[in-house]
Ligand binder design. Structure first.
Ligand SMILES: Cc1cc2nc3c(=O)[nH]c(=O)nc-3n(C[C@H](O)[C@H](O)[C@H](O)COP(=O)(O)OP(=O)(O)OC[C@H]3O[C@@H](n4cnc5c(N)ncnc54)[C@H](O)[C@@H]3O)c2cc1C
Ligand code: SF4
Length: 385
């Protein structure tokens, strides 16, 4: 359950907290309801006199903030990093429609320009304390914030491919991850370790996902379509480069994904090989040799490539792991657990504590945005009930 407030922390919280005390929160919410009933006003006609806290300025948290503000509910959005939506901004063109990630972030940031939204960048929430009718959040600057409701939208982090030592990431320059390829694509500069245009690029699926050795049995669900999208982009920028994708099985379940897969083969001549790469090593001339098994033909296979791209999956972010554990909401693989995945996926087992986005499980952007939106509506329902 939530960490009990130690005496020392209690003193620190009361010294630095400029927000109302829990009892005052209850009083203010009651007063608003009274006024609304007396004047026969609709819920959204009355501004809530209290800030809701959102932990995480990613796609889910940002969307939730703008929906809450539109419903006249003041919001404090806390983002640990110095920039918002870094996990979207670090992409170039996003699947499934190759829209521009930078432009999407710009639109989301613009939606936060609202008098009821306060954005706190460089502000990590390090602890959460539950009080009757309120939560006290402590941030990395030693400031505490008392709020009637919290939305946890603390997201994911990309799998660190160094944990798969046998694949040579961080050892050989010719082995990169899918995020590094995004940067190269953005700069229109896909190059091998010698800074030259690669003659061949090999993609490897399921790095850090569906892998017992690293303890992640789940499918990250975004990497199959990311590989297809990136393979097409490589071919668009460098039509003479050969592209191979090594997969266990392709999971292209979303709208438009299968069509993209067909297009990659028919229009761009991308080759798909059913097999797992077990090892990568450097050759004397700076290329990468991979050892694999073609599981359709049942044959071992060796291939040399100029660039090996590891399709990394999504893991719970450190913030998700830490706060999820501290709040007693730890789910599978360090992600947080909602009350029920069917009808109460934005609720947690604690009243007033809500969840949105990829802190719960791997999600793509549209899913995280929709989840943030529905969490905002749940919060409004809760505060105005
Ligand atoms: C390689 C790769 C490629 C991808 N490509 C695509 C694509 O093309 N299209 C697509 O739809 N999706 C893609 N995705 C998925 C996409 O990145 C996610 O769907 C999206 O970022 C999820 O948003 P979120 O808000 O749930 O989480 P996040 O984006 O992770 O945001 C959470 C935020 O919370 C912050 N935070 C964490 N803990 C704290 C704390 N304690 N206090 C304050 N702040 C905190 C983090 O700094 C972070 O900014 C890709 C993912 C990967 C790994
Ligand atoms: S989406 Fe594809 S690459 Fe990613 S874990 Fe699932 S099967 Fe593997």
């Amino acid at each position: 359950m939530f960490k009990p407030l130690e005496m020392k922390e209690k003193e620190k919280a009361s010294r630095s907290d400029e927000s109302p005390k829990p009892r005052e929160i209850k009083r203010r919410l009651k007063a608003v309801k009274k006024i609304r009933r007396k004047k026969r006003l609709e819920p959204e006609e009355v501004e809530l006199p209290l800030q809701v806290a959102i932990i995480g300025g990613g796609a889910a948290g940002m969307e939730a903030a703008s929906v809450l503000a539109a419903h006249r509910c003041p919001v404090s959005l806390f983002e640990a990093r110095s920039e918002l939506a870094v996990n979207v901004k670090n992409k170039y063109k996003i699947f499934p429609d190759f829209s521009d990630a930078g432009q999407l972030v710009q639109t989301m940031v613009k939606a936060l320009d609202h008098p009821l939204i306060t954005v706190h960048k460089d502000t990590e929430i390090v602890e959460i304390i539950q009080e009757p009718d309120a939560y006290i959040l402590l941030d990395n600057k030693g400031v505490s914030h008392t709020v009637p409701a919290v939305l946890l939208a603390s997201g994911y982090e990309p799998f660190d491919a160094k944990r798969k030592e046998e694949l040579g990431f961080g050892i050989y320059d010719g082995v990169i991850n899918s995020l590094q390829l995004e940067t190269m694509l953005k700069e229109h500069k896909v190059v091998n370790s010698l800074g030259e245009e690669p003659k061949r690029v090999v993609f490897l699926q399921c790095v850090g996902s569906r892998d017992e050795k690293v303890g992640n049995h789940y499918c990250s669900k975004i990497c199959c379509v990311t590989a297809v999208k990136q393979a097409i982009e490589v071919k668009r920028q460098q039509p003479d480069t050969e592209v191979y994708v090594f997969y266990m099985d392709l999971r292209l379940w979303g709208q438009g994904y299968e069509e993209l897969y067909r297009q990659s083969q028919e229009e761009y001549n991308v080759h798909f090989v059913r097999g797992r790469i077990s090892e990568a090593a450097s050759t004397f001339d700076g290329r990468i040799q991979v050892k694999a098994e073609d599981t359709l033909l049942g044959q071992p296979l060796k291939m040399t490539t100029d660039l090996l791209v590891l399709m990394i999956g999504m893991e719970a972010s450190p913030g998700t792991r830490k706060l999820g554990k501290a709040c007693g909401l730890e789910g599978l693989y360090g992600f947080v657990r909602s009350k029920s995945v069917h009808l109460e996926d934005n609720l947690s087992e604690q009243d007033g504590f809500f969840l949105a986005g990829s802190c719960k499980r791997p999600m793509y952007i549209a899913e995280a945005v929709n989840d943030g939106r529905s969490a905002a509506l749940e919060i409004i329902k809760y505060l105005r009930k």
